[in-house]
Ligand binder design. Structure first.
Ligand code: BGC
Length: 384
C-alpha cells in the first residue's frame, strides 16, 4: 500500500464542535439545549479537545500520519457580531503552529456545520448580509493561516443545506433534500471566499468538501436518480470547477428507486449510523467528483461507525483498494483523510463511534485503537 504518489496527503479529520466541548455561542449548542428532535443528546464537554488538542496531534503524528484536517470555530472567533475573541484567535493560531511543529500539514476547514448563534438568529444563510459576514470572519482568521497550504471553505454544503428542513421538523432518516435557496447562497459564499483568498493569500489552495453519496439507480429509475444526484450533490461538485481541489466525503451508497432514495436492502450489513456497509462506494465517489469538477481530488472524509475495530480496518482496506483502483484508471487523487481521529459527538449522539482513538467520556483519556497505527503505517513512507 505504501507507494502513493509523491506528496500524497495522509491524515485524519476532526471538527471543532464535535470534539472541543462547550461551544456555547453556536447555533448547535442552542439546538441541544432546546432539546430539538434531531439532537437527542447534547455535546457538553464533547471530548475536551479544546484543551487536549496537543495530545490529539501527538497521537496522529506518532502513528505516522503527515496531515491533519481540523476546523476553526466561527462561533468562538466571533461570539457576538463584530466582536472578535483574541483568546480564540490565539488558540487556533497555536493549533496551526502546533501541527506544523509536529510535522503535520494542517488542512483547515473554515466552516464545519456550526454557526455563531447571532448569525443563525439573524436569519442564517438567507439573511441579506450572510456572505459578507462569512467573508469578514474569514478575513479575521487569515493571519492564523501562516504555513497552511490548503483551506476548505465549507464542509458538506449539501448536508448543511438540510438544516432548514430539520429545523422545520424534518426527519433525519433518509435525509431530506438540501434547501435550494440555502444551497445557492453557500455556493456564492464559497466563490466569494475563494476570490478573497486568491487576492489576500494566493499561496492557499482552496477547495470545499461535498458529501458524495454514491447514488445508484434501481432498474427504471435512471432519470429520477440522475436528477436527484444533481440536486443533492452534482450542483455542489460543479461549483468546485476552478478550485484547487475537490474534497470527497464518502461513507456509503444510496440506492434510488422511482420514488426517490431507498432504505438499505433487506439483510444488508448496517453501520452504527444505520447506513449500509459499502466501502467500495469511495471508488465511485472519487470518479464522480473528478468527472464533474475536473480538478484533483482529496478524500477529506471516509470511515465507519462501528464498535468493532477489526471491521473498521476491513472497511478501510476495501475502501482504499477501491480508491487505488480509481487512481489506476486515471483519477487524480492527492490525499486521504480518515474520519475520524477521535470518537466524538456525532451530531446528536455519542454512540456512533468513527474514531481511530477511543475517548473515556468521564476522564477524557485517549485510548488508541489498533486501527490508528495500522492506518498510519499504510501511508507514504517518509524518506530515510
Ligand atoms: C461530517 C462529519 C460527520 C461524518 C459522519 C460528515 O457528514 O462532515 O461531521 O461526523 O460525516 O456522519
Amino acid at each position: 500500500m505504501g507507494d502513493w504518489p509523491a506528496g500524497f496527503l495522509w491524515g485524519a479529520a476532526t471538527s471543532a464542535h464535535q470534539t472541543e466541548g462547550d461551544n456555547r455561542n453556536s447555533d448547535w449548542w442552542s439546538f441541544e439545549q432546546a432539546g430539538l428532535h434531531f439532537v437527542p443528546e447534547a455535546s457538553g464537554a464533547a471530548v475536551d479537545s479544546y484543551r487536549r488538542w496537543e495530545q490529539d496531534m501527538d497521537l496522529l503524528a506518532g502513528a505516522g500520519f503527515s496531515d491533519y484536517r481540523f476546523s476553526i470555530e466561527w462561533a468562538r472567533i466571533e461570539p457576538r457580531r463584530g466582536e472578535l475573541s483574541a483568546t480564540a484567535l490565539e488558540h487556533y493560531g497555536a493549533m496551526v503552529r502546533g501541527a506544523l511543529a509536529r510535522g503535520l500539514r494542517p488542512l483547515v476547514t473554515l466552516h464545519h456545520f456550526t454557526h455563531p448563534l447571532w448569525f443563525h438568529e439573524a436569519g442564517g444563510w438567507l439573511a441579506a448580509d450572510a456572505v459578507a459576514a462569512f467573508c469578514r470572519y474569514v478575513e479575521a482568521v487569515l493571519p492564523l493561516l501562516d504555513g497552511v497550504e490548503r483551506v476548505c471553505t465549507i464542509n458538506e454544503p449539501n448536508i448543511l443545506a438540510i438544516l432548514p428542513a430539520l429545523l422545520a421538523g424534518g426527519d433525519t432518516h433518509g435525509l431530506p433534500a438540501p434547501d435550494v435557496a440555502t444551497g445557492t447562497v453557500l455556493i456564492d459564499a464559497h466563490h466569494a471566499v475563494r476570490e478573497l483568498l486568491r487576492e489576500r493569500a494566493p499561496h492557499l489552495r482552496v477547495g470545499w468538501s461535498v458529501a458524495c453519496q454514491s447514488f445508484e439507480p434501481e432498474p427504471g429509475a435512471e432519470d429520477v436518480c440522475a436528477r436527484l444526484a444533481h440536486d443533492r450533490e452534482g450542483r455542489y461538485l460543479e461549483a468546485a470547477r476552478g478550485d484547487a481541489w475537490i474534497g470527497v466525503q464518502s461513507y456509503t451508497r444510496t440506492r434510488v428507486g422511482v420514488d426517490g432514495p431507498l432504505p438499505p436492502p433487506e439483510g444488508a450489513r448496517l453501520t452504527l449510523t444505520g447506513w449500509e456497509y459499502a466501502p467500495r462506494a469511495l471508488g465511485a465517489a472519487v470518479r464522480t467528483a473528478a468527472r464533474l469538477t475536473g480538478v484533483p481530488v482529496l478524500v477529506t472524509e471516509n470511515g465507519l461507525a462501528t464498535d468493532d475495530d477489526a471491521l473498521r480496518r476491513a472497511y478501510t482496506a476495501e475502501a482504499l483498494a477501491a480508491l487505488r483502483d480509481a487512481m489506476a484508471h486515471g483519477v487524480d487523487v492527492q490525499g486521504y483523510f480518515h474520519w475520524s481521529l477521535l470518537d466524538n459527538y456525532e451530531w446528536g449522539r455519542f454512540a456512533p463511534t468513527f474514531g481511530l482513538v477511543a475517548v473515556d467520556r468521564t476522564t477524557f483519556e485517549r485510548h488508541p485503537k489498533p486501527s490508528l497505527s495500522w492506518l498510519g503505517a499504510l501511508g507514504p513512507q517518509p524518506p530515510h
